[in-house]
Write a protein that binds this ligand. Structure first.
Ligand SMILES: Nc1ncnc2c1ncn2[C@@H]1O[C@H](COP(=O)(O)OP(=O)(O)O)[C@@H](O)[C@H]1O
Ligand SMILES: [Mg+2]
Length: 154
């Protein structure tokens, strides 16, 4: 496990740049947890990440649909939001394990709502609210693929 020292995100551009840097280092099959309170910037991060992988349209928050899928040039990205889960077993009931097929890139907001049924993540990105425009990020890599994504951030 590798922890990146806390990263200050002093405005939205900084969050955008972080999402971009990580998206540029990903590899097939990666699973990324996005944790943090409501409004901490999880969906904003996901949006910039998906744009960086080539998506040109509107990235909707999956808070109602639970998952949005993007079939892009190189990668398929699944963007989950588990906030509305009533219990973690919904992960299985919804068949979400089938999305995590080893090839696609998976972003999961509110991963704690699926605990303990979610697969282990390559990266955990935890966003904290600091002030109306400032956030900070705590990032942990759990696998060699995750470590590859963050090596330039350390
Ligand atoms: N530095 C920042 N990084 C990310 N979002 C920020 C930042 N400053 C302000 N914001 C705003 O905070 C809100 C974050 O909302 P969102 O990404 O939907 O959060 P979450 O998905 O964590 O609930 C957005 O309205 C965004 O414009
Ligand atoms: Mg969100």
């Amino acid at each position: 496990m590798i922890n990146v020292p806390s990263i200050n995100l002093n405005n939205e551009t900084a969050t955008h740049e972080l999402a971009k840097k990580i998206a540029q280092k990903i590899s097939f099959g990666m699973l990324i947890y996005l944790s943090g309170d409501l409004g901490s910037g999880k969906t904003s991060f996901a949006r910039d990440f998906i744009f960086e992988l080539g998506f040109k349209g509107t990235v909707k928050s999956p808070s109602y649909s639970l998952v949005e899928q993007y079939k892009l040039d190189i990668y398929t990205v699944n963007h989950f939001d588990l906030y509305r889960f009533k219990g973690p077993e919904e992960w299985h009931e919804a068949g979400f394990n089938e999305f995590i097929d080893g090839g696609s890139i998976n972003l999961i907001e509110w991963p704690e709502k699926g605990h303990p049924y979610l697969p282990i993540s390559d990266l955990i990105i935890h966003l904290n609210y600091v002030s109306s425009i400032k956030r900070n990020a705590l990032i942990t890599a759990n696998t060699p693929k995750g470590a590859e994504c963050i090596k330039d951030l350390i």
